[in-house]
Write a protein that binds this ligand. Structure first.
Ligand SMILES: *[C@@H]1O[C@H](CO)[C@@H](O)[C@H](O)[C@H]1NC(C)=O
Ligand SMILES: *[C@@H]1O[C@H](CO)[C@@H](O)[C@H](O)[C@H]1NC(C)=O
Ligand SMILES: *[C@@H]1O[C@H](CO)[C@@H](O)[C@H](O)[C@H]1NC(C)=O
Length: 496
């Protein structure tokens, strides 16, 4: 009896040991299985930093269950070793009073103006000017009569930059009538250009800057100037209280509904389709309407576009249907809550149904907010865009269907905050996939999922240094092709 008890205890100990060894082997197997993927990830030369690898594999070891798949879908690409850093260096001096003034006229839509304003703050600092609150574009496609204070918190802007640049609400009355030096500053200009421009002060007390977009280089500027751009954009340019309040309220509503949500910048709007000449899947009448719009818009230089070639080159915004296939192939379940950050979708609810058939929980400002809440913002495209911006920055996953100022600005801001996940579709690669789906060479399912996931492994907003110009471009043209500072303010404003 005693003996048998000892032996049964012995067997149970052996069983337990075997069981533990088996569990251990399984977890090693799972671990290796996933790290294989992660290691392939590493081969991308763009990754300057391996911390994301460490972070993700830790997650795998600690869970390794079905829930893990979910986490993988929503987890940020955040790495504990990086954090925002915008403080000036020790040699930075507080701004001095200056009786030289710079007035600015911003151009473009909301995000082009925001980054332009941040650049003008830096230019005013370089040129020792007092900056007058910029005038916003009222004539762009979006036709918005908003002034600076309607969109931004003006007092906060002035106060939070007081160490950097003196900013005033208006030009002093006695200077209103003095002749100004009117300048179109050169695109992507550097320090020496603006230092040279200070010669203008010899003859003028006021410089008027006629255009604010892309006037400052992305790279090769002093660290303190780069950090000033980040302080201006991410801290000083806060939206006005009514916009902030509604934006935050809608984020809360989204969280209550689904916990997690994807913000989809569905740039399937009339102007974008007309501009890019993308008519895939549209009726003849629609294609004709877009062609007429393109031909009659003066500042769009390219008039003749072959839609098929444009699409195959990856230059078209994804259609609602394509976006649905894409998000599904990434592994997001049909119940996923998707917020559409966009203006009017071309083709309206009918066209959008190509997405909502696949993802019924698609919402927008119009369905989340009441008519009364949106009333104050109607007819103000920039203010609506600001609400979309807030909701996009706060989202768990941000997916832009097309590149552009909003996509770049939101991606950069999310990198700055904590490397929240931004999935940038590889449109050229995806078109090949969609063409195969159309021709029946491929069907939706695990194979498609594998292809699409693999294609986007390095397009999830993980930390890496900002890209320089593509190889082989030497002239000034290279500035145009560099990754924008505001799309990826690493390493200047994100530190290890
Ligand atoms: C700006 O002012 C500072 C001191 O006030 C001076 O040292 C610097 O040279 C000035 N910069 C330019 C570009 O004039
Ligand atoms: C400085 O500006 C002047 C005129 O504004 C221009 O003629 C000169 O080429 C510029 N020099 C440099 C080095 O940019
Ligand atoms: C557009 O380009 C495609 C592919 O190159 C070609 O097959 C088609 O004929 C072109 N369409 C027109 C209208 O030129």
């Amino acid at each position: 009896m005693r003996n048998s008890r000892v032996s049964s205890r012995k067997t149970s100990r052996i069983t337990r040991t075997l069981y533990i060894i088996l569990l251990f082997a399984i977890s090693i197997f799972i671990f290796l299985f996933y790290t294989k993927d992660l290691l392939e990830n590493e081969q991308n030369p763009l990754f300057s930093d391996t911390s994301h690898l460490h972070h993700q594999s830790q997650q795998i070891r600690s869970s390794g269950s079905v829930q893990f798949v979910d986490q993988q879908l929503w987890a940020s690409t955040f790495s504990r070793r990086v954090h925002p850093c915008v403080n000036p260096t020790a040699k930075y001096k507080a701004a001095q009073e200056s009786n030289r003034y710079m007035t600015v006229k911003c151009n473009g839509g909301l995000n082009q103006m925001r980054t332009g304003i941040a650049d003008m703050v830096a230019v005013a600092r370089i040129m020792n000017a007092t900056l007058v609150i910029p005038h916003l574009d009222k004539r762009s496609f979006w036709q918005d009569s908003s002034v600076f204070g309607d969109i931004f918190d003006e007092d906060h802007f002035i106060r939070s930059l007081q160490r950097d640049v003196r900013i005033v609400k208006e030009l002093p009355r006695q200077l209103e009538s003095v002749p100004r030096a009117r300048k179109h500053f050169g695109s992507w200009s550097g320090m020496s250009y603006y230092e040279n421009m200070t010669q203008l002060w010899r003859e003028h007390q006021v410089i008027h800057v006629a255009k604010s977009d892309s006037r400052l280089a992305n790279n090769d500027l002093p660290l303190d100037i780069q950090r000033l751009r980040c302080r201006a954009l991410y801290h000083a340019l806060r939206f006005s209280p009514p916009i902030e309040v509604l934006g935050k309220r809608l984020v809360e509503r989204l969280r209550l509904r689904g916990g997690h949500y994807i913000a989809l910048h569905l740039r399937y709007e009339k102007d974008m389709l007309a501009f890019t000449g993308c008519t895939y899947g549209l009726s003849d009448a629609e294609s004709e309407e877009l062609r007429i719009m393109r031909e009659s818009t003066h500042h769009w230089k390219i008039k003749k576009i072959n839609s098929t070639e444009q699409r195959n080159a990856g230059l078209c915004p994804l259609t609602p249907r394509e976006v649905g296939i894409f998000i599904k192939a990434l592994g997001y379940p049909a119940s996923t809550l998707i917020y559409i950050a966009a203006g009017k979708i071309y083709g309206g609810a009918g066209r959008l149904s190509e997405l909502t058939l696949q993802f019924p929980n698609v919402v927008s400002k119009e369905t989340l907010a009441t008519k009364a809440e949106l009333e104050a913002f109607s007819h103000h495209a920039s203010q609506n865009a600001a609400i979309d911006y807030i909701i996009s920055v706060e989202s768990n996953v941000f997916i832009p269907s097309h590149s552009g100022n909003m996509a770049r600005a939101v991606e950069g801001h999310r990198r700055f905050l904590e490397h929240k996940k931004t999935i940038t579709p590889d449109r050229q690669g995806l078109i090949e996939v969609f063409n195969k789906l159309d021709s029946g060479q491929l069907v939706e399912g695990p194979t498609l999922t594998n292809i699409v996931k693999r294609m986007h492994r390095n397009r999830r907003g993980a930390s890496r240094k900002r890209n320089g110009p593509p190889l082989g471009i030497k002239s000034r043209a290279r500035f145009r092709y560099e990754e924008s500072f505001y799309q990826n303010p690493y390493p200047e404003c994100i530190c290890n």
